[in-house]
Write a new protein. Structure first.
Length: 218
């Protein structure tokens, strides 16, 4: 693989690969359509607004883009964490600050912003569930029925066999997980570098992410 962009031996290789694949506007639009039920055809309707080097107190997001008056924050997660809403709160604050730069928040005119949506794609080892929602208020020490500050994150399990309708609608997401499953299988019997090399070669032969893998293969 192209070592300047993708080191598959890193512990977070799945996160890196997910970002690389869906940084392509056509792939990202396909994923958005599958999630939203929309049928946009022009990738240029996507305005990618992912913050560069967006690491603040270890709070990061993989992909952020605006389309149809919505600000979509997509993140890949291979480990379980109850802190996803808190992390997204930090990130969306910086996004909104960037998007409203130059506008006066003290003006009598309402400053409008795209509606935020928070989606996490999970492919860790837990396959006991398909979809769940985590809330910022889950972290509040004092519980209340209607918290004044709330943020909801939808988490979709994308392991093979989960969310099959989503996988059918987004071929690239399905092929991404086919590749990940190959790496998992071979990692059980060989080193990670050997497993990745075998998974890459096998995927190319089978037409799984073949264009992407050929382009990035060393």
């Amino acid at each position: 693989m192209n070592k300047d962009n993708f080191n598959p031996v890193q512990r977070n290789y799945k996160d890196t690969l997910f970002r690389m694949i869906f940084s392509d506007k056509e792939a990202l639009l396909s994923l958005y359509n599958a999630i939203s039920g929309k049928d946009y055809e022009d990738p240029d309707e996507l305005d990618i607004v992912t913050l560069e080097n967006a690491i603040y107190m270890n709070k990061k997001n993989d992909l952020a883009f605006v389309i149809d008056s919505s600000l979509n924050l997509y993140e890949h997660q291979s480990t379980d964490s109850p802190n996803l809403p808190m992390r997204n709160l930090f990130y969306i604050s910086r996004e909104l600050e960037k998007l409203t730069m130059g506008q006066s928040l003290y003006s009598p005119k309402q400053v409008m912003v795209p509606t935020p949506r928070f989606i996490v794609f999970y492919n860790g080892k837990d396959t006991s569930w398909e979809r769940r929602v985590e809330k910022l208020s889950d972290a509040y020490e004092q519980k209340m029925d209607n918290p004044e500050l709330e943020l909801r994150v939808t988490i979709l399990n994308i392991n093979l066999g989960k969310n099959n309708e989503l996988m059918k609608k987004c071929k690239t997401l399905f092929e991404y997980m086919q590749y990940v499953e190959k790496v998992r299988k071979y990692t059980a019997v060989m080193s990670i570098s050997q497993a990745v090399e075998r998974a890459v070669n096998e995927s190319i032969k089978e037409g799984i992410l073949s264009d992407f893998l050929l382009k990035n293969k060393a």
